[in-house]
Design a protein around this ligand. Structure first.
Ligand SMILES: [Zn+2]
Length: 140
């Protein structure tokens, strides 16, 4: 890492992954936490009808935004007077480049020294992230 191009690539890849998760296009095995392409999924009878994991035979599931965001490095909330979460930031990287999801400006933002990169997120992706933020905020 060290160039604007690398930061831009990482920010855009993060945004693209969030869009894919929001669209329900990412499959994973919650047991061994492998992300799986459709052709990697083994045929098998399972609860979700998607097949089984080639690594551990667990049922494959569609990855939810909650799963994707996992246990983030840090989270900032924007809370309305009523106490409802309006938007927030989920930090994906801190220290080298700082990269975060910002649902208020509907973007993934990368910041490094004087360089700032933004990749836009769709409304539906932001709704999915905000749902997770609301859920987390109940435990803050
Ligand atoms: Zn597995």
């Amino acid at each position: 890492m060290g160039t604007r191009e690398e930061l831009e690539k990482e920010v855009k890849a993060s945004a693209a992954e969030i869009e894919k998760v929001a669209a329900g296009e990412v499959y994973w095995c919650p047991n061994c936490e492998s992300e799986l392409a459709e052709h990697e999924i083994k045929e098998g009878v399972c609860e979700y009808g998607l097949g089984t994991c080639p690594n551990c035979d667990n049922d494959v599931e569609v990855m939810g935004m909650y799963d994707h965001l996992g246990d983030p490095l840090d989270v900032n909330y924007i809370v309305e007077k009523s106490g409802d979460v309006k938007a927030g930031r989920v930090y994906l990287a801190i220290g080298g480049p700082n990269i975060w999801i910002d649902t208020e400006i509907k973007s993934v933002v990368g910041h490094w020294g004087a360089t700032r990169i933004e990749a836009a997120l769709s409304d539906s992706a932001c709704v999915a992230v905000n749902d997770v933020l609301e859920n987390w905020f109940e435990y803050v």
